[in-house]
Write a new protein. Structure first.
Ligand code: GDP
Ligand code: MG
Length: 439
């Protein structure tokens, strides 16, 4: 998905103006990418339509390229689609809070029951796990293993008892034992069937859970949507836990589950270990789906601080290989305003390799201030023509900046390195453009 989307955006990148045709072309690819990622067809259609409308109707911000503007809108809409804010578990004012875990077999209910128990135990709660899966062989044992490794009590009545009775008995046990959180691990099926739903409905009406959490395997793609819809229609769910997002799944399920059921995704499972549970953040998920690093925060930061005119002038100078200490100083000030060089390069898609080449050019904090002091101790002439820096000039500069001649030499070397590097990128005509360099 990420590659596809990046492809769609890179096509926009080189264009100056965003026409309706451009937006449509890009959106066609976004659409294909989303469908390929198993996002529900209707969700894709609505999404694309909405973004398209917003893009075409809007004036492109002056400091953004049209493509950046489209990225911004796509990201915003993606985030909105998955719920703007992170949803929490409802904690009952009258304990215990009862959470009922439901879902298909293998989705991760038992594992997630344990993870949730551990999550809330860390927050000072005293959870009880209730083993209501009497069908799957060794399901009770599995929950007990999970519970004992977390130091959480597990309530079970063996596999001969009716799950509804186990849930009820588990609840009374919790009241007696001052458990303020009860997590009911129920049975799943390979497919949705009447019998399973009836059993879950009975448990629901007997124990009246505060939260019914549907556990969905994110790798099941389009199926996840059908599952979420069926469970919600039959039982009424309050939220979703999306598991196995640590794999190479494309996140399409997150997108459509929320849109189709209107129920929030509350947690995500990021691994088999019992602490691999994270609250769901729609904005992070959107970035993950877009797979473009932190492009948006880069755009925002750039908007705030980058002097576009200066940047343009610098770009022109670079092409002519005229990069000198004045530019160096200017550039450093821009960069310091924006955060570290590392961070900035990391935020631009495809710039990772450049970051590696920069390697030992330390552009951060203290080092940068010393460099600034050195340049500021130079005369304008010296800044513009570094080749005139002889031994006596260097000594004067070192003294003036409170550094050493070695440090001045090091900086001169760095400027030359940078020049070389710039030359490499600008002479490799495809270089910067293909990488989506900025500005
Ligand atoms: P249940 O049938 O719904 O109770 O599912 P289980 O809790 O038994 O989980 C089924 C399998 O999925 C087990 O092997 C778990 O270790 C695995 N699993 C659950 N959650 C995750 C997750 O977030 N990431 C990964 N990689 N595996 C998970
Ligand atoms: Mg289970």
């Amino acid at each position: 998905l990420s590659d596809k989307l990046q492809g769609a955006f890179s096509k926009l990148k080189s264009k100056g103006k965003l026409t309706e045709k451009d937006v449509k072309a890009a959106m066609r690819e976004v659409k294909l990418a989303l469908l390929e990622a198993d996002v529900n067809f209707k969700v894709v259609k609505d999404f694309v339509k909405k973004v398209q409308e917003r893009c075409v109707g809007q004036e492109v911000m002056e400091s953004l390229t049209p493509a950046q503007h489209v990225i911004k809108i796509v990201n915003e809409e993606l985030t909105a689609l998955m719920g703007d804010v992170q949803s929490k578990i409802t904690i009952s004012s009258k304990p215990p809070t009862i959470i009922m875990m439901v879902g298909l077999q293998g989705a991760g209910k038992t594992t997630t029951s344990g993870k949730l128990g551990g999550y809330f135990k860390k927050q000072g709660k005293k959870p009880l796990l209730v083993a209501c899966d009497v069908y799957r062989p060794a399901a009770i044992k599995q929950l007990e293993v999970v519970g004992s490794s977390l130091g959480i009590e597990v309530f079970n009545m063996g596999d001969k008892e009716n799950p509804v009775n186990i849930a009820k008995a588990g609840l009374s046990h919790a009241m007696k034992n001052n458990n303020d959180l009860v997590i009911i691990d129920t049975a799943g099926r390979l497919h949705i069937d009447e019998e399973l739903m009836d059993e879950l409905k009975s448990i629901k009406s007997e124990v009246k859970p505060h939260e019914i959490l549907l556990v969905v395997d994110s790798m099941t793609g389009q199926d996840a949507v059908n599952v979420a819809e069926s469970f919600d229609n039959a039982l009424g769910i309050d939220g979703v836990v999306l598991t196995k997002l640590d794999g190479d799944t494309r996140g399409g399920a997150a997108l459509s589950i929320r849109a189709v059921t209107q129920k929030p995704i509350k947690f995500i499972g990021m691994g088999e270990k019992l602490d691999d549970l994270e609250p769901f953040h729609p904005d992070r998920m959107a970035s993950r789906i877009l797979g473009m690093g932190d492009v948006l925060s880069l755009i925002e930061k750039a908007q705030e601080t980058m002097d576009m005119e200066k940047a343009k002038a610098l770009g022109a100078k670079l092409k002519k290989q005229e990069f000198d200490f004045e530019d160096f100083l200017d550039q450093m000030e821009q960069i310091q305003k924006m955060g570290s060089m590392d961070k900035i390069l990391g935020m631009i898609p495809g710039m990772g390799d450049i970051k590696n080449q920069l390697g030992d050019v330390d552009m951060n904090g203290k080092e940068m201030n010393r460099v600034k002091a050195i340049i500021q101790s130079m005369t304008i002439e010296e800044r513009r023509n570094p080749q005139i820096l002889n031994a006596s000039r260097k000594r004067r500069i070192a003294k003036g900046s409170g550094t050493s001649v070695q440090e001045v030499n090091k900086l001169v070397k760095q400027l030359n390195e940078m020049k070389k590097m710039m030359k490499m990128f600008t002479s490799n005509s495809k270089g910067m453009k293909k990488r989506g360099g900025f500005p």
